[in-house]
Design a protein around this ligand. Structure first.
Ligand code: FES
Ligand code: ZN
Ligand code: ZN
Length: 312
């Protein structure tokens, strides 16, 4: 098995495009691919932006940071942002891996301690069970809220997340199965800013698979935390992800093909025939948009602080 470019021994075979590559040419291939994705979807203005990269210490966000620091021009500021969620054992390890990456790349890192800033941690939510939603789903709401609010407060123009092809195709399939038109009309690699309070979100690894990210992290010697969240038990999503992986194995390129078809054909067609249920958009006391009176985050915060006996 030889590298298609230099004829040296290949170290990876990318079935979906029929390429065999050595380490060096794989790196080149992947970084160019991300560069093309950024350009294709006009994710970043090369003349200058201030991008917040949420870091968890895991493979995807660490690799995203590495790639962005490597391929983007100096005019684009790429700054890491980490939330200390207060999960015993796990949170300290996360920060340790982020600091290791920082030693290699030398980026600016901003850290927010959830407990110090808002009075509760994810561990508090786990212990008090304020709702039936899985803890990781509540955590997701909290993280999205905090990243957005902090990005706004700290003058960032975009938030870049490490969502991979495997995540995106799984979400797409799940939305199709559940006929979740609201999400199908809104999804994609770039979620635009909504004035005045929502910062644009971009997914530069939208077309990069799990296999490619793993290989990239290995070849670039990127330090990352291998354990996943200790509360992560969302079995149905994991099962669907496996199904999409299997589909890719028996029919290479189907995952990429599906999300590309979604962007170029399904999404515009859905948009023409479906008006998302916007309802009335109000402003929560914290400034975040909400369909009710209080945003989800403030509801969670009030509820948990009450449970902990910290407010009436
Ligand atoms: Fe945060 Fe699971 S609790 S991802
Ligand atoms: Zn080569
Ligand atoms: Zn609020």
């Amino acid at each position: 098995m030889k590298c298609k470019i230099c004829k040296q021994p290949a170290t990876i075979y990318l079935k979906y495009c029929g390429l065999r590559l050595c380490d060096e040419h794989f790196i080149q291939f992947l970084e160019r691919k991300v560069q093309r994705t950024i350009k294709k979807y006009k994710m970043i203005d090369p003349e200058g932006e201030r991008i917040l990269v949420p870091l968890s210490g895991g493979k995807d966000s660490q690799s995203l940071m590495y790639i962005l620091k490597t391929i983007l021009p100096e005019e684009v500021q790429v700054i890491g942002f980490h939330i200390n969620l207060g999960i015993p054992n796990s949170s300290e390890k996360s920060l340790r891996f982020i600091n290791k990456l920082q030693d290699i790349l030398g980026f600016e890192l901003q850290v927010l301690d959830l407990k110090k800033e808002h009075g509760f941690s994810i561990q508090d939510l786990y212990e008090h069970r304020i709702s039936r939603r899985p803890i990781c789903a509540i955590c997701g709401t909290i993280k999205r809220y905090v990243f957005n609010q902090e990005a706004k407060k700290r003058g960032f123009t975009k938030i870049a997340t490490g969502h991979l092809l495997d995540d995106e195709v799984t979400v797409l399939m799940s939305n199709l199965i559940e006929n979740n038109m609201d999400q199908l009309v809104r999804g994609g690699p770039m979620l635009p800013a909504r004035e005045p309070n929502i910062i644009a979100r971009i997914k530069p690894l939208y077309e990069v698979s799990e296999l490619e990210t793993r290989k990239y992290a290995e070849v670039r010697s990127i330090p990352y935390l291998t354990e996943s969240c200790p509360y992560d038990v969302k079995a149905s999503t994991k099962r669907l992800k496996k199904v999409m992986k299997h589909l890719e194995e028996i029919r290479p390129n189907s995952n990429l093909s599906l999300i590309r078809a979604y962007i170029s054909s399904y999404k515009p067609a859905f948009r023409d025939h479906f008006t998302p249920s916007m309802g009335s958009i109000n402003e929560c006391a914290c400034g975040a948009p909400t369909s009710g009176e209080t945003c989800n985050f403030c509801w969670i915060k009030t509820k948990i602080l009450q449970e902990m006996g910290q407010v009436e």
